[in-house]
Every structure is written in structure tokens, then in C-alpha cells.
Design a protein around this ligand. Structure first.
Ligand code: NDP
Length: 340
């Protein structure tokens, strides 16, 4: 059973050598007697790379989620096949999603957190993206936090990523005008050609973000779906309309930033009566069934598409995860550990 373990805590951006692929040796493919209660042994098929996992590599206990344990496999969302179960709710062959380890096989000692997946026309890996935590984040953030109205002007940063691509498509379905930013010209093309954004730009090629946003939103922004923070947020504040809303989903540019880059334009919150609200998707778990129904329908009706970046093999996961922080991923980053 191969595992990807964290070597030790870090404060800076993760590097591949902060993790290690170790061989845990042969294992019996059954739930061990001493599992301490009903448990499920899962063969991992797909693992999800998510930016929040970086926070778990720090020796910091004040967050909503505890840090990883050095020497133990890192954890994340995964999709797997049940190999053995002593829990009445699961049997061998079931496909499940939930928190799992970065390893070939994981013993899940809290099976109640697993969700059974019915195999269908929807690719299994989509349960880590479109129909998983990132998709749910987009859904909750857009409908619950942004209070969108038809015809409004919406801006999404990190727009081609796991969350952003869905926010943009939901906003289009809602009748909004949508612009996205991303870090390469290839991603910008994807936003316009594949996801149907009205316009998109490469923020790395814009010397003046405030001027760029003014160009794309001559009448101002009603809704900003914030994924990056830093200078982009400052530029957005100057371009917001009166009574605009900012849904603070993430600030991927600010992880590990110790000397604050400083936000200068917060006064706009007052003068423009802007609502700015942070949220964590897990607080809205009661909406999950509705989300699955809505998004599945949109997908089957051809109204939503999803782009993934699949890296193959557990050993490829280290580079795939690290790549999130330099924008290497094109779409939702997943790792395919096994196809059966
Ligand atoms: P993505 O798939 O978008 O991957 C991360 C992307 O962020 C990269 O591809 C890169 O895209 C961009 N990025 C990386 N570093 C920087 C930087 N320094 N400055 C600007 N952009 C950068 O990730 P997700 O869609 O999974 O996550 C998007 C955001 O949503 C993150 O901030 C994440 O933490 C947050 N999130 C919040 C949740 C919540 O409940 N609040 C739940 C899930 C995610 P590019 O090439 O375009 O720069």
C-alpha cells in the first residue's frame, strides 16, 4: 500500500519534496479486527487536489480543519471502491466519496462521512469537482452569498479553476454578464470558448488591474466572486457599483503571505454600500441534495460543462498538488490512482 506522507510542517508554498511517496508494504484487503468499530476499507480511485490542503501543512491548530500529521498520509476528498466493510451501510463493490488518505487503500473508521455514488453517465471523478465540494462551493457562493439578479455584471477570479468555471456558467444561466480572469492565455480562451464567459483576460498581462477592470466593466461590477485576494481585490473595490456584493470564497494569492500586501481601497465598502461576506461551503450542507439535483440536470441538459486536469498515478499527485499554487492546473485538478 503506497502512501503520500507529509515530511514536516511548512509555512511557505508547498514543494514536491515536502511530501514523500512511501511503500507501506503488503496489506490484507479486509477490515482488521482491531479497527475499533464498524469500518470500511476503500480502494482509492480518484483523489482531489484542493488549495485549502495547503493550510493543513502548517502547524496551526486554530483553523476550521486540523493540520495533517507528519509521517502520515495526507488526506483529502476522494472517490473509491469499497473492498471490505464491517459497516451495515456499505458492501464490497460500492462506489463512495468522502475524506480519504493519499494512498492506494484507506481504512475509513468514520464511514458515516462517506457518500454512496450511483454509477451513471457522470464520470466518477466529477464527484470531486462538478458534483463535489468545489461545485457545491460555487453553487452556495453564487446563489446564497451573491444574491444575483438577471442582467447584473459579474466578475470571477481564478475563473478557469474547479470553482470558478462553475460560478461563471451559473451566472450565465442566471442571465448575468460575466467576465473572468485567469493566469494564461490558454485559460482565457477556455473561459470564452468552452464556458461561455462574455469576456476574459489574463491578469498576468495587465500592468494596471484597475484600468483593465474599467475596460471590461465600463458601468462597474455588481458581483465579485473572490478567489484570489491581494491586488485583484483592491482593483475590484475601485470598480464596484453601489450596492454590489463580494462573495469571499478564497484568497489563493494570500496563503503564507506574512507581510500583508495591504488592501488600500476598503473605503469603497462604505461609499458604495458594498456587502462583502466570507463563507465556507460546509455550513450549507443542507443544500447539498438540491445542489446535486440542479447541477446534474444542467449537466444532462448540456447547460453546464466541466473541465478537469487529470494526472495519472498516485506518484503524480505530489506535482499535481504543488502545481495549484503556480496555476499549472487547467480546470479541476484530480489524481487518478486506479481506474478499477
Ligand atoms: P483552482 O482549481 O482555481 O486552482 C487554483 C488556481 O488559483 C490556480 O490554477 C491559479 O489559476 C490560481 N492561483 C494560484 N496562485 C495564485 C496567485 N498567487 N494569484 C492569483 N491566482 C493564483 O482552485 P479551486 O477552484 O479549487 O479554488 C478556488 C478558490 O476557492 C481558492 O481560493 C480556494 O481556497 C477557495 N475555496 C473555498 C471554499 C470555501 O468553502 N470557502 C471551498 C473550496 C475552495 P490562474 O492560472 O488563473 O492564476
Amino acid at each position: 500500500n503506497r502512501k503520500v506522507v507529509l515530511r514536516g510542517y511548512i509555512e511557505r508554498a508547498p514543494r514536491e519534496d515536502d511530501m514523500e511517496l512511501v511503500d507501506g508494504g503488503a496489506m490484507e484487503l479486509r477490515v482488521p479486527e482491531g479497527a475499533g468499530g464498524p469500518a470500511v476499507l476503500v480502494k482509492n480511485l480518484y483523489l482531489s487536489c484542493d488549495p485549502y490542503m495547503r493550510g493543513r501543512m502548517r502547524d496551526f491548530h486554530g483553523s476550521y480543519i486540523p493540520p495533517f500529521k507528519p509521517g502520515s498520509p495526507i488526506e483529502g476528498f476522494g472517490v473509491g471502491r469499497v473492498v471490505d466493510s464491517t459497516h451495515p451501510g456499505f458492501s464490497a463493490g460500492d462506489i463512495v466519496s468522502g475524506m480519504t488518505g493519499w494512498e492506494d487503500y484507506s481504512l475509513i473508521t468514520k464511514p458515516e462521512q462517506l457518500r454512496k455514488i450511483q454509477q451513471s453517465d457522470i464520470p466518477l471523478s466529477y464527484h470531486l469537482g462538478l458534483l463535489g465540494m468545489p461545485g457545491f462551493t460555487a453553487y452556495v457562493g453564487f446563489y446564497e452569498i451573491c444574491s444575483p439578479k438577471k442582467g447584473e455584471f459579474v466578475f470571477v477570479s481564478a475563473a478557469s479553476g474547479a470553482v470558478g468555471q462553475i460560478v461563471g456558467q451559473l451566472a450565465k444561466l442566471h442571465g448575468c454578464y460575466v467576465v473572468g480572469s485567469a493566469g494564461t492565455n490558454q485559460k482565457v480562451e477556455l473561459l470564452k470558448e468552452k464556458f461561455g464567459f462574455d469576456a476574459a483576460f489574463n491578469y498576468k498581462e495587465e500592468p494596471d488591474l484597475t484600468a483593465a477592470l474599467k475596460r471590461y466593466f465600463p458601468e462597474g461590477i455588481d458581483i465579485y466572486f473572490e478567489n484570489v485576494g491581494g491586488p485583484m481585490l483592491d482593483a475590484v473595490l475601485l470598480n464596484m457599483r453601489t450596492h454590489g456584493r463580494i462573495a469571499v470564497c478564497g484568497m489563493v494569492s494570500q496563503h503564507g503571505v506574512t507581510a500583508s500586501t495591504g488592501i488600500h481601497n476598503l473605503f469603497s465598502l462604505i461609499s458604495k454600500r458594498i456587502e462583502m461576506k466570507g463563507f465556507i461551503q460546509s455550513d450549507y450542507v443542507h443544500l447539498f441534495p438540491q445542489f446535486v439535483d440542479d447541477i446534474t440536470k444542467h449537466y444532462r441538459d448540456g447547460k453546464i460543462v466541466y473541465v478537469e486536469d487529470v494526472s495519472v498515478g498516485l506518484e503524480s499527485g505530489l506535482a499535481a498538488f504543488v502545481g495549484l499554487f503556480s496555476g499549472k492546473n487547467i480546470g479541476k485538478q484530480v489524481v487518478c490512482v486506479s481506474q478499477d
